[in-house]
Design a protein around this ligand. Structure first.
Ligand code: FAD
Length: 482
């Protein structure tokens, strides 16, 4: 058997750092933290637990952007994944491939997407599917799905992976792909850390454009907003139809920031917000290299019907500036001490057929009526056909178009009020018979997880028995560990 590593720390500083996350709500203490100097250190840790009479739980800790303790391990061992990077000797991100067969990057599971972007841009390349924020790790987002305005077209990040190196819950090191050990490959993608620790992912790359036309289009009514969003992502339409490279949407309410908009327009926008209560904003982007391509954006607007005339705002930024936009907000929030505070987030998928009911029941009747107008709320459509059923990730039922809705609250002094509001949102969905699914969610009981996974539960459980039979990995998800 392998020798135990001496990179384990049990000092209060290390324990404290491993007991918190971006949510700042759940705080569970591990008994030790592993700072691995090699993949083999992690393998040994798992192997020893799997083969011991008294196994201990193990959580890979990426950048802990989880909001509900998912990367914590109560009384277990947390693996500080980014420690690996110090020993990679520059091999954490390796770019290969060619023009005819395509390019890809072999990336350590501990790498942050921002570093992947910066490395690939030096070769004029870029991953094709993103999250809004680039500081999570590759292993962290691939354990969920990794979604954004690119997903409707490119699929979530989990469908843009060619191969993985995984350490299973038995301490086995397996290279898996759709061709080899495919069961493990599909299990791990969207697998909430339950089947193995990702130590390398082979990520699909495409050519990177240099610049970005970035538009926000304002709507006063939900139906026009969602109809236009669906028109934009639809592949049918005139032959010269331009699809956006990125499409999202969000709510603008009376406490929403207006910094995207020209100073001269802010009063008018505030007037409209006061008049309608909520403005619905479509956010679309086209990537371009030259002036001709930049004109595509005007073409795109032609297919839209219901926006407020004159209320289309445009920015022109670099590709990197656009993709890294949330980091600018992070810097501002950190300055104000508003980053490391509780984040009682709720993210859900809603079938298209019920999204108007959701607007009435939640945006109007809960958010507006109860004055939750400081919330950041994202709303955008996704396509079922861009997901891979064989992967562990769970999306909303049956329909081809479904919506992602994210309630991204932060509250220094009263997170419970936001959490209660979120519980009411979920209860509204249950009462209205809306077949929603949570994304990045947490569930209080195993029964709730079984409902969450629905028809995928049996497979999920069988895969757990096969790849992590002693239920060692990612206990903070509370699916098999309580
Ligand atoms: P952690 O929080 O450290 O871990 C998450 C889970 O994955 C844990 O269960 C952990 O044990 C497991 N895990 C971590 N590393 C590995 C590994 N190498 N192998 C196996 N399991 C592992 N998500 C989106 O999809 N789209 C967005 O647009 C988006 N925007 C965000 C914006 C902000 C500001 C924040 C804070 C989060 C956002 N997220 C978004 C959520 C984010 O993608 C997830 O929380 C992701 O899990 C964070 O990655 P991490 O490295 O911080 O993971």
């Amino acid at each position: 058997p392998p020798e135990p590593t001496d990179n384990l720390r049990t000092d209060p500083g290390a324990i404290k750092l491993a007991s918190i996350d971006y949510g700042h709500i759940i705080k569970e203490k591990p008994f030790a933290v592993l700072y691995p100097s090699s993949v083999d250190d992690i393998r040994t840790l798992i192997y020893l637990s799997y083969n011991s009479l008294f196994s201990y739980t193990i959580a890979a800790k990426g950048q802990v952007h989880s909001t509900w303790g998912q990367a914590q391990a109560n009384d277990g061992v947390v693996v500080q994944m980014n420690s690996l990077n110090r020993f990679r000797n520059g091999t954490g991100i390796l770019i290969s491939g060619d023009r005819s067969l395509g390019f890809y990057a072999d990336v350590g599971g501990e790498q942050m997407w921002i570093d992947v972007l910066n490395a690939t841009l030096t070769r004029g390349l870029s991953p094709v599917s993103w999250t809004d924020y680039l500081y999570p790790t590759v292993g962290g987002t691939l354990s969920n799905a990794g979604i954004s305005g690119h997903t409707y077209q490119k699929g979530p990040q989990i469908t843009n992976v060619l191969e993985l190196d995984v350490l299973t819950g038995k301490g086995e090191f397996v290279t898996c792909s759709p061709q080899k050990d495919s069961e493990l490959f599909y299990a791990v993608l969207g697998g909430l850390g339950q089947f193995g620790i990702i130590t390398r992912a082979r990520i699909v790359l495409g050519p990177a454009k240099k610049r970005v036309k970035w538009l926000r289009i304002l709507y006063s009514d939900f139906s026009s907003f969602s109809t236009d969003q669906e028109t934009l992502i639809s592949t049918t339409g005139p032959s010269d139809k331009v699809m956006p490279d990125f499409l999202e949407g969000h709510l603008l309410m009376n406490q929403s920031p207006l910094d995207f908009y020209p100073q001269s327009q802010r009063r008018k926008i505030t007037f409209l917000v006061n008049q309608y209560g909520i403005l619905y904003i479509i956010e679309v982007v086209t990537y371009y290299d030259n002036k001709n391509e930049a004109k595509k954006v005007k073409q795109m607007l032609k297919s839209l019907k219901g926006f407020l005339p004159g209320f289309v705002f445009e920015k022109d930024v670099t590709y990197l500036q656009f993709l890294n936009r949330v980091h600018d907000q992070e810097i501002e929030l950190r300055k104000k001490g508003l980053w490391d505070i509780p984040h009682p987030w709720l993210n859900i998928f809603i079938p298209k057929s019920r999204i108007t009911d959701f607007d009435n029941g939640v945006f109007r009747n809960i958010l507006l009526k109860r004055n939750f107008t400081s919330s950041t709320v994202l709303v955008y459509p996704l396509l079922r056909s861009k997901w891979d059923e064989r992967m562990s990730a769970v999306i909303a039922a049956e329909e081809e178009v479904f919506y992602f809705v994210g309630f991204l609250d932060a509250s220094a002094d009263n997170w419970e009020a936001f959490d209660n509001k979120n519980k009411d949102i979920l209860q509204f969905c249950v009462n209205a018979g809306i077949k929603f699914k949570q994304y990045l969610g947490h569930h209080a009981t195993k029964e709730e997880w079984i409902i969450h996974f629905g028809s995928k539960w049996n497979t999920f459980q069988q895969r757990k028995t096969r790849f992590d039979p002693r239920m060692i990995l990612s206990p903070g998800q509370r699916i098999f560990n309580y």
